[in-house]
Design a protein around this ligand. Sequence first.
Ligand code: SF4
Ligand code: SF4
Ligand code: SF4
Ligand code: FES
Length: 576
Amino acid sequence: MEKVTIKIDGKDYQAEEGDTILKIAHKNGIKIPSLCFHPDAKARSNCRMCVVEIKGNKNLQTSCSTKVTEGMEIITDSGRIKRARKINLELIFSQHQEECDDCVSLDSCRLLKYQKEFGAEINKFPDRKKNRKIVQTGPIVFDWTKCIDCRLCADVCPVEFLEVENRGADIAIEASSDEKKECINCGQCIVHCPVGAIEAEGEFEEIEKPLADKSKTVIIQFAPAIRSSIGEEFGMEAGSIVTDQMVAGMKKLGFSKVFDTSVAADFTTYEEAQELLERVKTGKNLPAFSSCCPAWVKFLEFYYPEFIHNLCTSRSPQIMMGGILKTYWAKENNVDPKDIIVVSVMPCTAKKFEVKREEMKLENGCFPVDYVLTTREMARLFKKHNIDLKNIEPEKADNPFGDPSGAGVIYGASGGVFESAFRTAYFMATGKNMENVDVKEIRGLEGIKIKELKLGDTILKVAVVSGIKNAQKMLEELKKNPSAFHAMEVMACPGGCIGGGGQPIPNTPEIRKKRAQALYQVDAEKKMRLAHENPSVLEAYEKHFTDKEIIHKVLHTSYQQRKKSEVKELKSSRGD
Ligand code: SF4
Ligand code: SF4
Ligand code: SF4
Ligand code: FES
């Protein structure tokens, strides 16, 4: 790329030809407001909040879509720009029904921030959207009365479930009624919507009832990817590790036990590594697909049922933890499983669907997990109870499920599931541990990573994929060449669960990178880095998971071809 020199607000900057003004400005710490632009999608220049003056141009230009050229002179702040931004904002407010008290984006709302900054009148123009519908499918709620038509959600939805209807002033985003399209609950539309118009069904207030019920043992578990992201909700840098502060907050809320889902990830690794080796040995159901991402599983069940048999049957870590608690732990602690309530904190909206799958029901009639909170919901619950993770004395999670291996923690980043399984499969296949357990070649935020790894005498060809569009490419590839790989890890969200639909907003490539790096750092600093060396796992297998039947019932599952779910109307409108 050619280097160019440009002037922003009278100062010279070096840039690469082809970069946008917004990108260069942000890179150099120059603030330009933006609503409809997200680095994960193409610029559509809808909101016009990012307008700037360019010398020689009569009209204001949108900085998110205008590329820099040699000698360009840009002004980012002037009376004219401020007036334009104010009027654009007032027009945007006419499309957005404010329901701020209920809004999960309240703390990070850019609309309100800009409203104050530019002195915009919220009700200058009549509300155009109040007669639009609020609809729900699975756990995802679409409030079209808030939608400002930026189209980001439709651009990032990997299954084209969100459709753009009409043109011009009548443009509207709708949930598809096409029987061949199904929402996979990944929540990517949520973390890209700039105005909180889409959210997962909230459960954070519901759990207060069982918490107050003394006859119940209410246990909370938290996913690997939460520890490096929830701090952002309390003003910390992305990638700040707050595991012990979060545990302290959970204990303050009154949970009987706080367990780490990363320990359950060690169980998943143990099972998945065996499945992988068995399949490689027999040549059956290859390539083996990872199965801990419920959005990926649902995608496969609905769109590519012919590949269902490729999914590993090992349950996901959150489901394994719930099952282990309501069988083995209940027995060890003499508690009736029916009196145990399991709450999960997940970076994920699809996990809210996963816990309701009938296939997950245990033999004792219990579902393994009762409630799922997203990272954002957990932060809201803390804030409601004045718990600030920045100012709390750290505490350790409880045993026997409080101390994971490093392998269990990296499950939160793309490549982490396979790296963990590989470390254990290597031991199972060769009888010794890898000399260096880092499998760096499959790390990173790239959407498709294809590598060959040496496992004893076998060369394993693996694909590590994040993003459903990338997974689709690989499935099409597999249709042509079914033996292209031995194994494929798929995470629906960009970069894996660190970029999940339940994570704090904003959720940009830069932020995801920091969250992922922090998880690898935790792993690197751990003494115990291998799932098969976790004493809690070994003890559970010794005491309880002693035969195939019980292992199968609690730690494995099955899958089914799915039909389209209902898109139900919650309220026809907020109109009078
Ligand atoms: S949750 Fe995922 S699949 Fe469903 S509409 Fe949003 S982006 Fe699309
Ligand atoms: S729902 Fe949100 S992301 Fe989708 S078009 Fe409306 S404002 Fe944009
Ligand atoms: S990648 Fe993680 S956060 Fe995203 S849908 Fe899958 S399990 Fe959920
Ligand atoms: S951010 Fe540039 S037009 Fe919306």
